[in-house]
Design a protein around this ligand. Structure first.
Ligand code: SAH
Length: 344
């Protein structure tokens, strides 16, 4: 097993069979060595820097019905909200004064957010904060929409592929959604010139080791600048309410493997990681992550953007979230970097 890991460290790739052995291995010494290698590679390219992104959850209206997600349209118990232009701009203002130089606008697929609305908003943000990057995470949109949003000034787009196996994709999504379309969106974003983020959930119902390997192979084909992965966590008002969460152990292993295969990628220690374990984000940073995304949404709406149960950071003010995360980052020997933090 050590040889496989050394091969992955020195060449950046191993076979499907070797990946399967590594993913399924439960030896603590192997995990510790993977952590060490992942951190070595991360430090080679990014030093001890951790990039900050201010996350603004702009709407929880969603026309989709993903079986795992708490804001799916069938969840009649979700209390819906949508931020106004002014709300979003004041989140940016607060974020800027807290040191953020990237704003991530994420939301459900809400048809209120037309191209005109978003283009106006994006160009306002870019005029006011020319030193900041704007990242969008608003789901699947037509090619033309991605194109005009880019022209308006958007820099990056996050769209997790969720799973690269069409059979599994079909079990996690309603029949009107397709993996093919999701992948096409990612290739379109790439072609248009966005810095692209893809990714998947770990431990989602029905997922096999082979599925995780397919996710890795898809990412190798797409070559995204950002890779977001997080443990699946059930939401009580979804069909997966009674399913088990993904584990911290497997998520950390996947993060370490991804760092070795994508040495220059921007990989966040996600909120989901902090939700499955109190020190999950710190563990993520030690296993190759180099980004954190503190919440900048107005406190009044935070609990409503409930993708899964027990989501952390829904009660504090933005400033508290940032100082808490900064303390956590520094406590394990890394440094907060307050610039745009583009991929190298
Ligand atoms: N509508 C946007 C944003 C989706 S929410 C889009 O389609 O990209 C952002 C991510 O949260 C999703 O891509 C999914 O991977 C993750 N997510 C949703 N439900 C989750 C759950 N129950 N557990 C863990 N992660 C979840």
């Amino acid at each position: 097993m050590k040889e496989i890991l050394e091969k992955l460290y020195s060449t950046g790739d191993i076979s499907d069979y070797e990946l399967k052995l590594l993913i399924e291995n439960t030896d603590g010494n192997i995990s510790a060595l993977l952590t060490y290698y992942a951190d070595t590679v991360r430090k080679k390219y990014y030093g001890k820097k951790v990039f900050l992104r201010g996350l603004i959850e702009i709407s929880n209206y969603c026309k989709n019905d993903c079986l795992y997600c708490g804001i799916r349209r069938s969840n009649k118990n979700a209390v819906r909200y949508r931020l106004t232009r002014e709300d979003i701009l004041s989140c940016c203002e607060e974020g800027y004064s807290l040191g953020f130089r990237t704003f991530v606008m994420q939301g459900g697929e809400d048809s209120f957010f037309t191209d005109d609305f978003l283009c106006g908003l994006i160009s306002d943000i870019k005029i006011k904060y020319p030193d900041c990057a704007v990242t969008l995470s608003l789901g699947e949109r037509p090619y033309k929409s991605y194109k005009v949003l880019k022209q308006a000034g958007a820099d990056r787009y996050l769209l997790r592929h969720e799973t690269a196996d069409s059979g599994l994709y079909g079990r996690l999504h309603p029949s009107e959604m397709s993996l093919e379309n999701r992948k096409q969106c990612l290739y379109n974003l790439h072609e248009i010139g966005y810095q692209v983020g893809a990714g998947f959930m770990v431990g989602v119902p029905f997922q096999t080791t082979e599925n995780l390997i397919q996710d890795i192979r898809f990412l190798q084909d797409l070559k995204p600048q950002m890779i977001g992965i997080g443990a699946f966590i059930p939401h009580h008002d979804t069909p997966f309410a009674r399913e088990k969460s993904g584990t911290l152990q497997l998520t950390l292993k996947m993060l370490g493997i991804l760092r070795l295969m994508f040495p220059k990628a921007l990989i966040p220690a996600t909120t989901a990681l902090g939700t499955i374990s109190p020190t999950g984000r710190e563990e993520g940073l030690k296993n190759g992550c180099n980004v954190v995304m503190p919440n900048l949404s107005p406190v009044a709406v935070r609990k409503k953007y409930e993708l899964y149960d027990n989501k952390i950071c829904t009660g504090e003010e933005s400033a508290e979230c940032v100082s808490d995360l900064t303390r956590r980052i520094e406590s394990i020997g890394y440094e907060v970097f307050s610039g745009r933090g583009d991929a190298i």
